[in-house]
Design a protein around this ligand. Structure first.
Ligand SMILES: N[C@@H](CCC(=O)N[C@@H](CS)C(=O)NCC(=O)O)C(=O)O
Length: 216
């Protein structure tokens, strides 16, 4: 029986990825609220396990991992039996490229958009900046829509970490007060994600407590 502890508030999108994978794998774990209004990230004990001082951090017995994508890769490799993270290098690369793309490309404008149009108080919002991020995020999601036309899941026939990295952004994308292009394949994929209990438990988290609030 693994001894898993995850540090991080559930309102953090990066924590959400880790919780989603823990739920997908059906693993028992303890989650400790940290970061945001819970604080604790500058505590020496926390810095000792995560020198970066951010959430999430995972401890599995003696093993400590931080950085959300490193955490989900670790969990899937350790406990996923080749499902979420295929053992075959070519199949794994098919998932890994999307996981890397989600973090390096999709995430950047998407998270800026979230901060600029949700977390920034109305009176301080930069409409031009918001529109630039909205347009670029829509372009990335349009690419996903095209890709998803030919297969059920992002890396192929099976659900994998590729779906976690990019799929994590969709709940907030569909909740944000913005205009969205009609993307039928993306919408169908989102519905399939919403049918997964792990996605609902980890990602479909209302963010009212973050609205108009730059500081925690
Ligand atoms: N690249 C890191 C980003 C970690 C990060 O910046 N986490 C944010 C929350 S999403 C954080 O710790 N913010 C400070 C806080 O919550 O107090 C990862 O994916 O884990």
């Amino acid at each position: 029986m693994p001894d898993l502890t995850l540090w991080g508030r559930l309102s953090s999108c990066n924590v959400q990825k880790a919780v989603w994978v823990l739920e997908e794998l059906g693993l028992p774990y303890r989650r400790i609220d940290a970061g945001g209004r819970f604080g604790g990230l500058d505590d020496p004990a926390y810095r000792a396990i995560n020198p970066h001082g951010r959430v999430p951090t995972l401890r599995d017995g003696e093993t400590v991992v931080w950085e959300s994508d490193a955490i989900i890769r670790y969990l899937a490799a350790r406990y996923g039996a080749g499902g979420l993270w295929p053992a075959d290098p070519a199949q794994r690369a098919a998932a890994d490229q999307w996981l890397a793309w989600a973090n390096a490309t999709l995430y950047r404008d998407w998270i800026d958009l979230f901060w600029m149009c949700v977390r920034t108080p109305d009176e301080d919002q930069d409409a031009v900046g918001i529109e630039a991020r909205r347009t670029r995020t829509a372009e990335r999601l349009t690419l996903l829509d095209r890709e998803l036309a030919g297969r059920p899941w992002l890396a192929g026939a099976d659900f994998s970490l590729a779906d976690v990295g990019a799929g994590m952004t969709l709940y907030r994308w569909y909740q944000m007060p913005i205009e969205r292009p009609a993307l039928p394949n993306l919408a169908a994929w989102y519905e399939k994600l919403r049918a997964r209990p792990g996605y609902v438990a980890a990602v479909c988290i209302p963010f009212d407590d973050l609205v108009g609030r730059l500081a925690y």
